[in-house]
Design a protein around this ligand. Structure first.
Ligand SMILES: O=C(O)c1ccccc1NCC(=O)[C@H](O)[C@H](O)COP(=O)(O)O
Length: 214
């Protein structure tokens, strides 16, 4: 099975074009204002409309309130909502039921206990995304830090919902990450940038060339 890829933090038409032409199945738009990849909803709407059928537009949020969610989903054609904060299962269920849009819940992983805690989200989310837990005591973002976690933690685990591997992936390590975890979908942001928030189309194409051959 070909590994599906999400290119996250799309904030320019050139990056969008490279992702779509390269075969990305998901593109991520970041609605977290502290992120260097943040796109204001009007810009996001223009980018989202460049997505052809078959490429799913994922809106990324961190503990959003209903007013912000309503404003974004009303103006940006999203196929999926990614929740990348400390949202509890009940909040995930509430968002899923309120907006009727598929929800992918990010689970931040540092150790096996974090994966044990992921089970609670399987009943409320449509998909899980496993990402590296941000380091403590540094000014890290909730995600998009270019950090990997120990992929062997995922080996042998089964999930009742589809899931995506994320965190520090690059064209150089993604094949090993897929081998180690059995992932059938991967997500990348920093690994296709030359600086935070600046996607490099050639890197996007190279990453997708590798994942498309797995
Ligand atoms: O990408 C961001 O700036 C971001 C900010 C706040 C919360 C989540 C964020 N990204 C979430 C993603 O889905 C990233 O693609 C994922 O964390 C992997 O990022 P990277 O390790 O840089 O490939």
């Amino acid at each position: 099975m070909t590994v599906q890829a999400k290119i996250c933090g799309i904030n320019h038409p050139d990056a969008m074009e490279a992702a779509v032409q390269g075969g990305a199945r998901y593109i991520g738009l970041v609605f977290y204002e502290r992120s260097p990849r943040y796109v204001p909803p009007p810009t996001a709407a223009q980018l989202a409309r460049l997505a052809p059928t078959g490429v799913r537009v994922v809106g990324l949020f961190v503990e959003p309130d209903d007013e912000f969610l309503e404003r974004v989903v009303t103006n940006v054609p999203l196929d999926m909502i990614q929740l990348h904060g400390e949202e509890m299962p009940a909040r995930v269920r509430e968002i899923r039921e309120t907006y009727g849009i598929e929800v992918m819940k990010a689970v931040k992983v540092a150790d096996a206990a974090d994966l044990d805690g992921a089970a609670a989200y399987q009943d409320v989310a449509d998909r899980l995304l496993f990402d590296a837990k941000p380091p403590k005591n540094v000014a890290a973002l909730p995600g998009g830090n270019g950090l990997s976690f120990d992929w062997t933690l995922l080996a042998g685990r089964t999930w009742t919902k589809p899931w995506m591997l994320s965190g520090g992936l690059t064209l150089d390590n993604v094949a090993e990450a897929v081998r180690a975890t059995g992932a059938t979908a991967v997500d990348v942001s920093s690994g296709v940038e030359d600086r935070p928030g600046h996607k490099v189309p050639a890197k996007i194409r190279d990453f997708l060339r590798v994942t498309g051959a797995l």
